[in-house]
Design a protein around this ligand. Sequence first.
Ligand code: M6P
Ligand code: ZN
Length: 192
Amino acid sequence: MKIIKPFSTKIDLNKEILIPCDTLTTRKLSDMKGYFYDEKAYDKALTKEDSIVYEVYDRTVPQEEGQLAQSITVIHPGKVGNEYYMTKGHFHAIVGTAEVYLCLKGKGYILLQSPQNEVSLIEMKPGIICYTPPYWAHRSINTGKEEFIFFVVYPAHAGHDYKTIEEKGFLKVVVEKNKKPALIKNPKIPNS
Ligand code: M6P
Ligand code: ZN
């Protein structure tokens, strides 16, 4: 394993960003084709504006076993149709790796799905820590009117396997129903 120097990172508690930040990944609506269930609503939203859905601020460490990756994700408020803005969601490429989320600001959910198709929904608000056990796919969803911001730690060698979610989606989706968040069957997947 690579020996690296100890380092510290500050979370700017006013801006909720990492200082320093090594890489910033920005996901816009155009990066998320196929992820929202309502394709017509997606096309309409994209025609109007290619809005930023979320940003991931990373500290970079070697992507090898023993190292821990740390990042902050900011999901902006918004919806495509009635489905709230969310991350793409992924399994870890090294499936036996976990992840810890700490909510800093806003509100939302972590949606999890096991390889046996069990679905779990963890409600997030500032101070709540979500433990994502190994093997579960995970996606974060902003159900609030402000930014939903959380700090994450996971094994640096975990890797992101997007393929399964991109092709099949999650079995359930979080939508606004009667002005409140609701977990419903994914309309794109028959018998989900
Ligand atoms: C969290 C972590 C990151 C992930 C990010 C965005 O911060 O799980 O590893 O990259 O959310 O999620 P996704 O990669 O699924 O778009
Ligand atoms: Zn992950």
